[in-house]
Design a protein around this ligand. Sequence first.
Ligand SMILES: Nc1ncnc2c1ncn2[C@@H]1O[C@H](COP(=O)(O)OP(=O)(O)OP(=O)(O)O)[C@@H](O)[C@H]1O
Length: 251
Amino acid sequence: MQLAQKTTLNSLNPPAIAIEHLWAGYDRHPVLEDITLEVNPLDFIALNGPNGGGKTTLIKVLLGLLQPMQGEVRILGRSAKQGRRYIGYVPQTVECDRDFPIRVWDVVRMGRLAKRALLHPYNRQDDRIVAECLQQVDLFDRRDRPFGTLSGGQRQRVYVARALATQPHILLLDEPTASVDDGGRTKIYHLLQQLNQSVTILTISHDLEEIAPYVKTIGYLNRRLFYDPKPIQDPILPSVPDANIQERTEP
Ligand SMILES: Nc1ncnc2c1ncn2[C@@H]1O[C@H](COP(=O)(O)OP(=O)(O)OP(=O)(O)O)[C@@H](O)[C@H]1O
C-alpha cells in the first residue's frame, strides 16, 4: 500500500532529470561510465571536469541526440526524446559571423520556432514572450541591434533569452561563460541565480570556483560522476578523486 502510494506520488512529481546507470559513448567505446544523477525541480547544479571528460556527451544524451549504450535517462518522467521540449539549451559559444545581418530580436524569436507549426507565422503571443525574455536578460533595449555588434557576454545572454523563449522547465547550459570577460561572467551568474527561482538549471562550467557561490550543488565529471547532492555551505571546492587513476571499463 505504501509502495503504491509512493509510486503514484513519484509519477505525479518526477525528478526534472533522472539518470540511472548510464553508459554512453561513440563506436562502442564508453565515454560516460555508470552515471547516476537525480536533478530535482529548482536544483541549480554546476558540473565541472577536464577536457574530454564527457560533459558535452552527457548533454547530447540529455537532449536525446545520443542513445545510451546502457542505462536510462528520463526528463520529467519522459524519455529524453519526448522530454527534449522541456529543456532550454544554451550551447557553448560558437564564433558567429559578426557581419551577418540578424537582429537580437530575431535570434531570440528563433526559440519560438519549435512551438510553431511548419511555415506558420509568429503571432502576438510569440512577440510578447520574446519581449519578456529580452527583459529578463536585460537586453530589451538592444532588441533592434545587429546581433554581431554585441559583446561576448551580451551575446551569451541573448542565447539564454532564446532558450527561455522555449518556456523551458529545465535550462541546460554548456559553458555559458566561455570567452566572456569578468564583468560579463558575473552578470550571467547573477542572471542564472535569478532564473533559478522558477527554472531548474544544470550547467557545465570551467570556472567552478567562480560559479560555486551562485549554484546550489556541484559535481565533477570525468567519465564517472562525482556528485554530492548536499547544498554547498561555502564555495570551497570538494576534493575529487584523481581522475587519471581510474581504470577504463567496458559496459
Ligand atoms: N562524435 C564523436 N565521435 C567519437 N568520439 C567523440 C565524439 N565526440 C566526442 N568524442 C570523444 O569523447 C570524449 C568526451 O568528449 P566530450 O566532448 O563529451 O568532452 P567534454 O568534457 O565536453 O570536453 P571539453 O571540456 O573539451 O568540451 C573525448 O575523448 C572526445 O574525443
